[in-house]
Design a protein around this ligand. Structure first.
Ligand code: F0G
Length: 457
């Protein structure tokens, strides 16, 4: 059969509220053209993030009922620990409330002022946590990873040549190296097994530990199975186990590929680093057997880690992004190609050639997608990454103007996607009428969350 179906059926539903275009124009004005300021109940299809927005399975909900809420040494912790060890093979597994808590603890204990951390591309919170410890976050993704429409099977790969040169020069200042799978900031693009292995080798030459930012490890493993020679006959679990075998530890936001609404962990082999991490965890997150989570959260996470490796799920998951990508591309809309695992990234600069970066084409597209279809995406462009010239106050634009439509796991059906695609294509048909936006108020940092906008006259 050619038709690929969602590999689940629906046992509980949440209504979504229909709004009219007229209502949405008003809502947009009230929200100052910033989708983060729109109430979730006014959204028809929410593609703001794939983080913590997934639907848990009946098996996960059942596991929650068995949660052991003992403060120390709960049964839930050991079930969680076993599930993580089975996939990663790491010796020390430390639960945290989400990914950035794992990052904060790791960098607080292992990074000092003046250090440099290489990564394919640091995610925002990773970069912010590195910089908070007065170290430098260095992005070394391959050049292909920065060209939106250029096809490459592993666009998230580390540039090994640049990494080797970087390490030769700076190895004494590098307390660890990282790679992010999949590379979220570069379009959710996978990293090949060969690249993970070689990154590990280069770092280990200088005895530098290698950490994986593992949020979307299962999607990455399935891309390897599909695209890299020698992995077709392996199970996704085996592929994942091999990926982690080249590393010394990982940080994980379980809100992505562990299919839970909250949770994360830090894992590693090094005894001293683990001890220091646990000590800080006790200070800020909680006792090492719960790390800021309830016992029931750990149980749901353990089951989620098993379910995410089911091949029928991953096939449907990756196909969803590819399907939307193919239909948008066929309609002349430029996206980051090929599509990654968790999202489609539309090139807003190409969508609105008449709107300059100083008038935020990505933000305009977010507003227009909401007006047309009640769809919420997120701008990844000059609102998020633009800077101001400190002398003139003039805006310095970001490298790319993108809109990310990220897909919650197991939440929307094929017809939701068909509807969203239709709305995007219709918005494209009306592109000439779209007007730029200007900022009317912004906070001192991370402005994209709260900034206010108005239409340019
Ligand atoms: N690393 C990556 C690659 C991520 O995508 C995220 C979160 C984190 C770390 C931090 O994890 O949110 O649990 O603290 N990404 C979300 C997103 C927010 O929308 O892409 P967290």
């Amino acid at each position: 059969m050619k038709t690929l179906i969602e590999p689940f059926k629906i046992k509980m539903v949440e209504s979504i509220r229909q709004t009219t275009e007229k209502e949405r124009i008003e809502i947009l004005k009230e929200a100052d053209y910033n989708p983060f300021r729109i109430k979730a109940e006014d959204i028809l299809i929410d593609f703001l993030t794939d983080s913590g927005t997934g639907a848990m399975s009946d098996r996960q909900w059942a596991a929650m009922m068995t949660g052991d809420e003992a403060y120390a040494g709960s049964k839930s912790f050991f079930r969680f620990e076993k599930a993580v060890k089975n996939i990663t093979g790491f010796k020390h597994i430390i639960p945290t409330h989400q990914g950035r808590a794992a990052e904060r603890i790791l960098f607080s204990v292992a990074v000092k002022e003046g250090d440099k951390i290489p990564n394919n591309t640091h995610f925002d919170t990773t970069r912010a946590n590195v910089e908070f410890n007065k170290a430098e976050a260095v992005d070394l993704v391959i050049p292909e990873g920065k060209i939106p429409t250029l096809e490459h099977p592993f666009k998230g790969n580390m540039d090994l040549k640049r990494l080797a040169e970087f390490l030769e020069k700076n190895h004494e200042k590098v307390p660890m190296g990282m790679t992010t799978i999949t590379n979220n900031s570069g379009g959710g693009q996978p990293v090949s097994m060969e690249n993970i292995r070689e990154t590990g080798k280069l770092l280990h030459k200088y005895d530098i530990p290698f950490f994986i930012d593992a949020c979307r490890f299962a999607e990455n493993a399935y891309f390897i199975k599909l695209r890299e020679d020698g992995y077709q006959d392996k199970s996704v679990l085996e592929v994942a186990q091999e990926m982690f075998s080249y590393a010394d530890g990982c940080t994980m936001s379980a809100k992505k590929d562990a299919m839970v609404n909250i949770g994360g962990f830090l894992a590693m082999n090094d005894e001293t680093l683990a001890m220091n991490s646990r000590n800080l965890l006790i200070l800020t997150e909680g006792f090492p057997s719960y790390g800021g989570l309830a016992g029931r959260d750990l149980d749901a996470l353990a089951v989620g880690l098993e379910e995410v490796l089911h091949e029928d799920y991953l096939k449907y998951r990756l196909r969803t992004a590819a399907y939307m990508g193919e239909r948008l591309t066929a309609s002349g809309i430029d996206i980051i190609r090929p599509t990654g695992g968790h999202a489609v990234y539309i090139d807003a600069k190409a969508f609105y050639p008449h709107i300059p970066a100083s008038q935020f084409p990505g933000q305009v597209l977010c507003a227009e997608l909401y007006r047309k279809g009640g769809i919420r995406g997120v701008e990844i462009g000059s609102v998020m990454f633009g800077r101001k010239n400190s002398d003139t106050g003039e805006e310095i634009p970001a490298e790319m103007e993108l809109v990310r439509l990220a897909f919650p796991r197991r939440v929307y059906t094929q017809s939701h996607f068909d509807f969203a695609i239709e709305a995007i294509i219709e918005t494209y048909g009306e592109r000439d009428k779209a007007k730029g936006l200007k900022i009317t108020w912004e906070p001192p940092f991370l402005r994209h969350f709260t900034a206010k906008f108005d239409l340019v006259d």
